[in-house]
Structures are given as C-alpha cells and as structure tokens.
Design a protein around this ligand. Sequence first.
Ligand code: PEP
Ligand code: MG
Length: 310
Amino acid sequence: AARVARAAVRGPGRTADGHPIALLANVGGPADAVSAAALDLEGVGLFRTEFLFLDRAEAPSMEEQRRVYRRVLEPLAGRKVVVRTLDAGADKPVPYACPDPEDNPALGVRGLRTSWRRPELLHDQLEALALAAGDTGTSPWVMAPMVATAAEAADFAEVARSHGIAKVGVMIEVPAAALRAASVLAAVDFVSLGTNDLAQYTFAADRQLGELAALLDPWQPALLDLIAATARAGQEAGKPVGVCGEAASDPLLALVLAGLGIESLSMAAVSVPDVRAALAERTIEQCREIAAAALAAESAVEAREAAARF
Ligand code: PEP
Ligand code: MG
C-alpha cells in the first residue's frame, strides 16, 4: 500500500497545502546527470566536481573542464543546477591542490582554502563553468565549499561574479558560518547546508569513523539549532537556504527541515520519491510543529521520537 501511495505522488516537491520544497539530486559527473535528468525531480542541488581532479598529477585544463561541465549541464537544461567548486582535501585528497601531508587534514587547507595558494585552479574552474553555461544556454548556480567567514564568502562572490556567474553561493558546513549566517548571506545569493561536514565540525567527530556515528546523527539537537539559525537568517534576508547533506534524504527529517524554512533538499536521487511522499502528507504548519518538537528534544533519539509521534 505504501508503494502505491508513493507512486501516486509525482511532480515538484510540495507539502499537502502546496508549499514548495524543491527536490534535487546530488551528482558526481555526466553519467549521474543523465540518469538524474530522466527522473521526476527538479534538478541538481549539488554537483560534486572533485571526480575531475582526483587521481591525476595536475588539474584538468580549462577546455577539458568545459567539455565535462557541458555534459552535465546539457541534459539538465531548463532545470536548476548547483555546481560546487573543487572541494579538495581531507576525505577527498588532491595532492597538487593541497599542501604536503598535514597532521589534521580535515582542519587544514581544504575546500575553498586551497584557492589561497592556487588561485588559478579556482579561476580556471569558474571560467570553464561560465563557458559551459554559455555553450548550453544554461545558468548554473555556483557555490564554494568549506567557507568559515563572511569575508571568505564575499571574496568568493567577487571572483565568481567577475567570471560572469549570475547566482553565487556558499556551503554552510562550518559552525562559524552557521553562527554568522546573516553576514554570510549578505555577501551571496544563496547558501546550502552541508550537514555531513557541519555535523563533523560541530561535534568534533571524524565523519569517516563509524564508531562516532551517534555523534554524527543529523537529528542531534545542536545540529538542528545551527540549521534553524541558518534557515531563519535566509528568511530574514529573503535568500534561499537549501540542504545538500545526508540529512535531506531522511523523509521524517525532511519534514523538520521544511518546517524550519529550508526551501530545497538535495539528496541521492533514489531517496527523492520517499521524501516527496512524506512532504505530500503534511501541511507546512504541521511541518513547523514537528520541527518545534524536534528542536525541543534533548537528544537525537528523543528528537526523532518526538517527530515520529505526529
Ligand atoms: C556535506 O559536507 O554535507 C556535503 C554535502 O559535502 P560532502 O559530503 O561532499 O563533503
Ligand atoms: Mg562537505
């Protein structure tokens, strides 16, 4: 019966009373983009560009990048696509972009920070994206990973706009950026919460250590507080706040995120139907009540139980 109900819900993500929550896919390259384009979803909320840079001695040329970006943008033409600039370091090692072995790579020169030493890597990528956008007549949104301060967001926005990128954003995956979300948002057009890294840095718990999974649970109230603060800042600024970490793929948590004011959820494409079905069963006001109950809980287990009681 659940499968029948799920199949019956189609089209753009929305709550029972029609409040829109865009349902987007996380993709890692052209093959993913082609399969996402064949599905009932509104676009791509996170295109991880790392695959192009991994396992090689030097960065791909601007022309090579342009060709690959074109193959991602083309099948999704007419839909939203959010491209993330190179997120090198820690769990995504790219030796030519990162410094020699660091004692704490997760806390090191990674993500946007790699552009401080190798600014040409970021320039080439942004130029390749702008060219591919022109080639395909599309207008991708572009965001930077691992931004900690509003000044970094402003610097990135200036560089991205100088390449002609129209919609510039940053990921919120460092607690400092979530705490100062209003200032970060003042510098950009949108933000996207990366809940995988945001959990890692909030709980000082390596995201790759299974032993610490309970701390990394996206239902942890401290993580929900940071998401709520960021969503509130987005509503006050009138700018979109999305979620593109694993948290977005949990149908019950999706209700909480919608209730907190998150406007788009990006996840593995296979998770979209269940999240769509969950949203379709609740009004936005019910989502707000579920979110309030989760935020009032004292632990991840309690937060999940509180939300499930509705
Ligand atoms: C995240 O950190 O939540 C995220 C979406 O990015 P990645 O998993 O690629 O670090
Ligand atoms: Mg991340």
